[in-house]
Design a protein around this ligand. Sequence first.
Ligand code: ADP
Ligand code: SF4
Length: 674
Amino acid sequence: MSHRDPRFDILFDEVAIGPVNAPNRFYQTPHATGMGYTKPRASAALRALKAEGGWGVVCTEYCSIHPSSDDSPYAFLSMWDNDDEKALTLTVEGIHAHGSLAGIELWHGGSHSCNRLTREPMLAPSDRSAIFIQPGQVRAMDKTDIADFRDWQRQAALRAKRAGFDIIYVYAGHDYLPFQFLSPLTNQRADEYGGSLVNRVRLLREMIEDTKEAVGDTCAVAVRLAVDELQGANGIVHDGDGRAVIEMLAELPDLWDVNVAGDLGNDSKSSRFSAEGFQEDYIAFVKKVTTRPVVSVGRFTSPDRMVSQIKRGVQDFIGAARPSISDPFLPRKIAEGREDEIRECIGCNICRSSNNEGVPLRCTQNPTMGEEWRRGWHPEFIPSKGSDARVLVVGAGPAGLEAALTLGRRGYNVTLAEASRDLGGRLINESGLPGLNNWMRVADHRVHMIGKHNNIEIYRESNLTAADVLEFGAEHVFLATGSSWRRDAIGHMTEAAATIETHDRVFTPNDIFAGKAVAGPVTIYDDEHYFMGGALAERFAKIGHLVTIMTPHTIVSAWTEMTNEQFFIQKQLMELDVQLVFGKKLKSISETQITSECIYTSRQSMHDYVSIVLVTGRIAERSLYDDLMKISADWPQAGIRSVRCIGDCLVPSSIADAVHNAHRAARELDAPKS
Ligand code: ADP
Ligand code: SF4
């Protein structure tokens, strides 16, 4: 085994946090799992795995202190009663089994809660509408409510201590209740909890004091604070009230966990809109104001950058949510001198989409994430091969690369054949779109790891036919031949094919990536609603074309609401003067005009156009599969026992789905289904 590079030693220092000691500087900050209180074993297994991977501190996601803070339909933890306490003990035990500290993020959402499950009245500093649109209003807390609230935090902290947690949070991050008291935008009180900053800080100070008094003898009390809510001078800003809050409370907590927030989308911005370490400008002052340890986040995946964070005094820990999801074994890999094997987060925010969709955590880079308990998958260990069969994988996109690597890790002799010279499939083109260059890491990591396996052979520029596959005669064939974009405009809401009278100036993303010349102005018809339509519009606008996006939806790139990117995408397109045409279904394309139909009134309208790009459905590239099926009678003689489609070739979807599907197929070859 290789040894740790001494320049990374500093990352493995022990650090005291109040009465407890973190074994190293790797700190998995709280992050959602989409599991919550309904899946205690799955959450426990996920957190235990992080500890096993070397994260010295492992925190839970937000954990409600009282039924008046209920985030249904999203998954969340709760610490309301003995059952919750018992359930969360599983998580603590899992984390402690690997010598790490267990942190719990006690939470009250205030006007950010939905309370659809509990039907408790919603609470906030001031009377207002709920943040999530619903008929109910939110009630201003009176003095009794505030006293109750302080008691809920105390009681939850005591339960957390009994459950065995080492670090207990007072959570004034994002736009949840204690932060709502801090921000002049949400606190219009006229009593001693509103008005001046001293008054707005009062509740946070009391919460820290209460929590310390309740559990501070043996547990560290951490404060998570948004030092800037990115709402301009009227809100909390890092060089104004944000700094002043930390100055006022500097030595009170045992640890400061600081970020920028307001909305969750700001804190965990995708790589399309932020670079590694993007929060540094906002949080760098904190360590100058307090002697307490400081942690923050910034999608850190490079050990050198981590060391620089510590040495330059930006933070004491390397806080991570997404990098720990993408590679739960990141610290262990650095410890063992295997930093080249880190599966770096690509910043796509598919992980965020799981919570927003109310399903267990998933990750583009790490197909095992969220499957630790349900399927018993481990990111580092995998059952050995179930036979000595040879396997041919056709296509080296995300699915083919993942399948080849996983089969190789299991010990199979694998041949990966790719039609083109470059490996990466769709990633080669998509990572060239504005802001998406980090996405290529999905291919780079796998190609690098495949290079470490001498039982995996790669053939480039090998466009295989059915006859080639037959002649090769591997026992198992995995077809990862991908997909292509539809030319008939059928998409999510466009049920019928458009009448297309000319194809000269009608393009699909495949044509664009193939380098076909597109004359402007450019109309993009987006009935896919993920990143492609918006990203192409951005690209065309940036090279000087007039661009229009027409979509049957009422916003652009609608599904990116799940990845917390939609707001930023629409803002950017509007700033680039991209024309947005909403609620229109494409009906036909003539030489000079596009005809659309209003989704509400069915009224038709005509639009002039020069070039149109159809970003609609995709069709699996199955011609090789179909050809092989036609000669299936010849398989036994060629030694072929099975042929299966994986990834987009099975059904076109996200890269995350392709990788997961390929991983599963490779894991389950000659093995029981998981
Ligand atoms: P996925 O997301 O499922 O991995 P991609 O579209 O990214 O799918 O990748 C499919 C890959 O398969 C592409 O790199 C393409 O060049 C390759 N491919 C398609 N057909 C063949 C074939 N017959 N032989 C070899 N490679 C192929
Ligand atoms: Fe990173 Fe994407 Fe995985 Fe989230 S889903 S951890 S952003 S690679």
